[in-house]
Design a binder for this molecule. Structure first.
Ligand code: TPP
Ligand code: SF4
Ligand code: MG
Length: 287
């Protein structure tokens, strides 16, 4: 591996299962660029994902990786961070993974503020299971399970996170690699829990939120937005109309690791020579 790392150093040989044109390719490319530009090494990165088309991303990024259970990426990633504080921990998953089945974990991870980055790959649908409605689907989205149109209003995931005590909130678009790389770099560098929601079109199932739709319906926050102002962040996140992109909020407070001050050795450094007889006895007591 060359001394100066490039995005290629973060590539795996795994053939992609994503459909041609899927927005998730843009997320992967931007993440590789961000890690290379930050001078990270694959051995210093642990990448955890949920289940979904989005969750496959861990297979395509050369790093330590755990492709886990639907909606459960964040507790796993938090444990990885607590056991190995020197690792750069990144978690990723879909809008269903993070805002539906994993919503409870999402709120509490935000509240606990472990130092890691969470990427919500938002395609406004359940891609892997063939295009059902998700918590971010637009009202009226017609799917196999909502033939008369999805009746619910979309959730405001970043607004929820701000209310839960978020310390870094951003939104990007997978079709804008330069801007997305910059957002991901800032998120990874932030000390605390960074949420980056990336609009990542599902070209196969979502015929509403297409690349053309995003072109017409997004705008970038300009210099007048003060990302240290929580009320300003709320205002811009709650506003009706076009979807804002950029960094909404940035705030410093103690991380989960800093608050856990006991001096137990990291789990990763414990010898695997436990008392197996005692372990069996404990297990048997629960039969
Ligand atoms: C516990 C559990 N419930 C349901 C499923 C079925 N399932 C797999 S992926 C998925 C939703 C995927 O949507 P999303 O998280 O938005 O990811 P995408 O495929 O759109 O990237 C569901 C419901 C599962 N694998 N595990
Ligand atoms: S089904 Fe949609 S989200 Fe899944 S790989 Fe294909 S385009 Fe991407
Ligand atoms: Mg999805």
């Amino acid at each position: 591996m060359s001394a100066v790392l490039t995005p290629k150093d973060f590539a795996t040989a795994t053939p992609s299962w994503w459909c041609p044109g899927c927005g998730d390719y843009g997320v992967l490319a931007a993440l590789k660029s961000a890690l290379a530009e930050l001078g990270k090494n694959p051995k210093d990165v642990a990448f955890v994902s949920g289940i979904g088309c989005s969750g496959k991303i861990t297979g395509y990024l050369h790093s330590y990786a755990f492709h886990g259970v639907h909606g459960r990426a964040l507790p796993v990633a938090t444990a990885v961070k607590l056991a190995n504080k020197d690792l750069t921990v990144i978690a990723a998953g879909g809008d269903g993974d993070g805002y539906a089945i994993g919503a409870g974990h999402f709120i509490h991870a935000v509240r606990r503020n472990p130092d890691m980055t969470y990427i919500v790959m938002d395609n406004q649908t359940y891609g892997l299971t063939k295009g059902q409605s998700s918590p971010t689907s637009q009202t009226g989205y017609v799917t196999g399970t909502s033939p008369h149109g999805h009746p619910e209003a979309p959730i405001n995931g970043l607004g929820v996170a701000l209310a839960a005590g978020a310390t870094f909130l951003a939104r990007g678009l997978s079709a804008h690699p330069k801007q997305l790389t910059e957002l991901l770099k800032q998120a990874i560098q932030h000390k605390g829990f960074s949420v980056v929601e990336v609009e990542s079109p599902c070209v196969t199932y979502n015929k509403i939120n297409t690349y053309a739709w995003f072109k017409e319906n997004v705008f970038y926050l300009d210099d007048t937005h003060d990302a240290s102002d929580k009320n300003a962040a709320f205002k811009v996140l709650m506003a009706e109309g076009k979807m804002p992109l950029g960094v909404f909020y940035r705030h410093d407070r103690a991380t989960l690791e800093e608050l856990l001050t006991h001096d137990a050795p990291p789990v990763a450094r414990l010898a695997l020579n436990g008392d197996l007889k005692r372990f069996a006895k404990i297990q048997n007591s629960y039969r």
